[in-house]
Design a protein. Sequence first.
Length: 558
Amino acid sequence: MSLTTMETMETSDAHDDDNNMDEDNLITPLWRFNIFLDKIGQDLSEEEITRMKSFCREGALGRSALNKAKTATSFFQLLRDMEFLNSNNLLQLQAMLWHIGRKDLHQSMVAFAQKCRKEPLYFFTPKEIPANGFRHVKFHVGGSYVNRQVMENLRGYVASLMCVKHTDVFLVGHSPSNSSVLTFMVPETAVDVFHSLTSEDKEIFTSMKVDCIILDDDEIPIVGGQVQKSTTTPEMKVALILRERNKIKSQLDKVQSCLVERTEELREAKRKEECMRTCKDQAIVACLTLLYNHRPVTRLIDSLVSKSAMVYFKHCLQQFQAKFPEEMDTIEILLEAKELVACKTEREIWQKREQNLQLVIALEKNMHEMQETVMTANMQGMHHNSRLLLGGAVVQRMTGFIEVGVNVQTHLIVMKAMEDLSKMISKKQRNIILQHFRIKDSEKQFFLTPLESFFFKLFEMQPRRDTPLDFVRETIRLLNNKKLEIKVLDIIRRVQKAGYQHQLAVQQELTITPQVRFHEGLQRRHVEPDALRRLHNNPEKPKECLSVLQDLANVVQL
């Protein structure tokens, strides 16, 4: 047998298998119809689906439902749920494909519809509630068998009688009775025509073996009286089975929907569990890494001793457990209590160590401040924490041990600059500054009058470490006004430049008088009278006065 013949046979077998799969499938009797819709959907683009959905707007399909149908599959499913699309109702989809210009898909629909006409018309029940804008109309057809041709002829005549399109009449049910009952879903605006049928209309219905039309609870007889309901046992059983099948199908749909939701929730829970497990593992690794990096470094002999002690402890514990197994709970409680006591003792030791370190830090800080005070006094001729007053007096208190007062003649340039800066800011800006320094409303008038002493009074009130002009510059920054900050910086630069030019003159104008008041309990230190006499006779030597201040500062004790 040649290779070509074998390939031909394999291809033929595969084709036969496909046909068998299309014809007979245990999953659903609508297998071929579902496959056909899937092929149609794969050939449609997004733009074409959007155009098809636009044909359905302002009708039975809601806007939100159409917006949620993003794909062809979801759009077809929406049509099927509303009974606008099934193997018996293909005209709506054919019309949509024709209007979007897909003649090839339209031809495929026609070929599929021709195949469906050859199949028998099976029983199925309609939904209890029709689509919005439609109503159910039942036609009792006599005879033992109703084929698709009879159904199509009846649908065509109903459409022409109601003056609607053939595509607007949908077959939604085929139930057994004495003969058969065909249920059509038609536009509700034209159902009144069935209440005013002419004799010619009834003759046409009679030729189609229709003997009664049922509209809701109204029966419109075509031939004779009312239709006799099914009384034979087989027909009653079929009707009962169809109703039960419809209920079971609805319940199955709900159960399957819940099953899908629970499956999705279970999958999400498993994903979160896996994520939590991963996070836990990572946390353990990080904890072990930190413990390893911060482990206490001991000598080899210490580690060996600790390990030996632990081994001996475990050995003794095992021996005790072998002799007294019922007392192990008590031993565990005692070990936990001992661990708590050890932790408490260790915590107290660390707290005492922390307190000692805080005391050492406080002592070092006080020593540093004292040294800074003396150095600043030597360099500038005034205390670093002094306050510049309007009268020119500078006073500094040093933790209750020593009070040093120095009368300094303030330079006129600095005073003039601070007055100009006080006048430069507006009333609103002054209120902002006073609010920042938390000045009470009852005290604001003291700072606002006179205007030129605004910054002097603020500087006198605030215990700051910087100079008067630095204080003004930092205060102006609170207003967040760049133009004003630039003006202030220009004034400060001019003052500094003028201060350098008159530095010698300023030093000559300094009049320094040391005044010392010791705290009770401190040892008084003798100051040589000759040094004070030299200072009074020669006020041009301020450095000697500063040396006296340094000697006085040395008596301060921490």
